[in-house]
Design a protein around this ligand. Structure first.
Ligand code: PBG
Length: 326
């Protein structure tokens, strides 16, 4: 055959990596850490093999393990010692995240990001203050504007504890602007804000809600998280966060929403993050356990796909494994 075009020429070893369009690197990855004020021991998370809830005094050791793999950044989630209707342990100076962050920033060189949300701290498990009788009436929901103040106090308390960056995830309208103003007013104008800007109401968060004990006690999150049917709406959501001062724009989940990652990449110049969530991790592990998939290969391919779609940063439970393999 007299073929002019033979794309296979560039697929051989030697040239292959020279022409690759994206690369994975440990410095793109952010590893989630769960700190639990209700336990004295490390507790494995059954639906997320390899991950644990660690007590506050093990937080530094946990982050050092992550740093040893080459991953430089962590996102800290807290399980508080007690919960109430307003989630008051979220902004307590001696709260679980505040204590862990103080220790981690004192004793390690990790870049520390905190998740700013109420669902692990409220006794009803919603991401903010709920309307009265919300338990009985499914049309009632989280009170948006009253929640803003609680999120702001929480973010400021994280910055006071030493957090390098805060990441609000509650899908409260106006949360980015309120938190930015709060941080600036409290003397933290240099603490950047990574917004969970397009966060979908996804069933892929199941294992996380077991891990962080943050499932809603009644109802669901449809009133505030985005409808999985909507991609164009993501542009609008993200634009609002950009106007309010978000520094990094996150799409969550990642793999089922790569079209959204790609759209956000195309339409905005900010760094784009994608959250490869707990369910995305759990399903690959489950298939690998059955011998149906090669875990290392599918984990690598998944993260590569997320980068190819346009993400600069990836929050992933595979961070340590993939960094080690790199
Ligand atoms: C808090 C929060 C959630 C996740 C990250 N931050 C849970 C939720 O919104 O229900 C999920 C992360 C994951 O599944 O890995 N709001």
């Amino acid at each position: 055959m007299n073929l002019t075009h033979r794309p296979r020429r560039l697929r051989r070893d030697g040239i292959r990596s020279l022409v690759s369009e994206v690369d994975l690197s440990a410095s793109d990855l952010i590893a989630p850490v769960f700190v639990d004020a209700t336990t004295d021991d490390r507790e494995p998370i059954p639906s997320m093999p390899g991950h644990e809830r660690v007590p506050v005094d093990e937080a530094v050791a946990r982050v050092e393990e992550i740093r040893d793999t080459g991953v430089e950044a962590v996102v800290v989630f807290g399980i508080p010692e007690s919960k109430d209707a307003r989630g008051s342990r979220a902004w307590a100076a001696d709260g679980v995240v505040q204590r862990a962050v103080r220790a981690i920033t004192d004793e390690t060189d990790a870049y520390v990001i905190t998740d700013v949300c109420m669902c692990e701290y409220t006794d009803h498990g919603h991401c903010g203050v709920v309307e009265e009788n919300a338990a009985e009436d499914p049309t009632l929901t989280v009170k948006n504007d009253e929640t803003l103040d609680l999120l702001t106090k929480t973010a400021v308390s994280h910055a006071e504890a030493g957090a390098d960056m805060v990441a609000p995830s509650s899908m409260t309208d106006g949360m980015v602007g309120a938190i930015r103003e709060g941080l600036d007013g409290a003397g933290y104008p240099d603490v950047p804000l990574m917004s969970y800007a397009a966060k979908y109401e996804s069933a892929f968060y199941g294992p996380f809600r077991d891990a962080a004990d943050g499932a809603p006690a009644f109802g669901d999150r449809r009133h505030y998280q985005m409808d999985p049917a909507n991609a164009r709406e993501a542009t609008r959501e993200v634009e609002l966060d950009v106007k309010q001062g978000a520094d990094v724009l996150m799409v969550k989940p990642a793999l089922p929403y790569l079209d959204v990652v790609s759209a956000v990449r195309r339409e905005f110049d900010h760094p784009v993050a994608a959250y490869n969530v707990s369910g995305e991790y759990a399903m690959l592990h489950a298939a690998a356990e059955k011998g149906w998939l090669d875990l290392e290969a599918v984990a690598h391919e998944s993260l590569l796909s997320i980068k190819r779609a346009g993400a600069d940063l990836i929050l992933t439970y595979f961070a340590e494994d993939v960094a080690q393999e790199l």
